[in-house]
Design a protein around this ligand. Sequence first.
Ligand code: HEM
Length: 300
Amino acid sequence: MHRFTLRTGPAAVAANEHRMVYRHRLPVRVMHWINVVSFFLMLMSGLGIFNAHPHLYWGADSDFEAPLLSMSARAGPDGEPHGVTQVGTHVFDTDGVLGASRVEGAARQTERGFPSWATIPGQQYLATARNWHLFFAWVFVLNGIAYVAFTVFSGHLRRDLVPRKAELRGIGASLKDHLLFRHPGGEAAKRYNVLQSLTYLIVIFILLPLIVVAGLGMSPRMDSLFGGWVGLLGGRQSARTLHFAAAFLLLAFVAVHVFEVIVTGLWNNLRSMITGYYRLPADEHGQEQKREPKRERRAP
Ligand code: HEM
């Protein structure tokens, strides 16, 4: 397994003139950005829908006495509504953020659930939130199917996303490198590192399908089309909880993903997802790459 150091300072600047490689093909780039836009619109409209009943349960029915998660308002010491979030039997004070949050112009907090800046539309309006959510669900799913089809049939999956055996053996070293902010350079930077590719595979083939299936599990029509399958998820309320949990796992992935994009070179990474071209960073010896050919394609 290669070990890499992210170099900084004048020596690295001198060594930073490297060749450009063609890293992302046009369909992957287009589908990636469609996915980003639809994800954020779906997340925010989903929070708008959640706010209509900001409580989650496990099972087929809502057990109002024993929610898994509940955002609500209780009377504070001043007698005004005070935001609280209950997880299992633990109650947390989330005043001003979750439960009851401040509304500009209002004397005191009145909103329940997530604050208005996190939802689409801003005010509580279930029908509009559902329209946004269900419209972009189609965009998200069709785009996802097209991405998986392209990834499989173009060989991108096998070539770039599935880690090789030797890479799998280096998981420990890769984890350590990530924790120490050491990033690949030179030839090794042409490939996704093993943690990166495994995370992409988990997101693409486990988390995204789970969020779609659990979403469908909440639809009465889908439930009646293929009788009983929602029971496999634990019931309709469990499907709602799984859908919510998967959305937040996806949000956690996006946070780490964007963090890694920033620390490994914001513009270089963004350019690769916009134009396709990526400038190879220095290898561990800070050595320049061969200049010819200037622009090279990643394996076809
Ligand atoms: C729902 C949200 C997101 C998902 C599911 C997602 C997923 C992915 C996946 C699967 C790849 C690999 C693509 C491939 O090679 O087939 C990728 C790469 C990339 N993503 Fe995202 N992404 C998301 C959000 C973002 C955002 C918000 C940014 C903006 C900063 C971003 C920037 C990038 C960049 C720059 C790469 C290329 C990384 C590299 O070449 O090493 N992504 N993303």
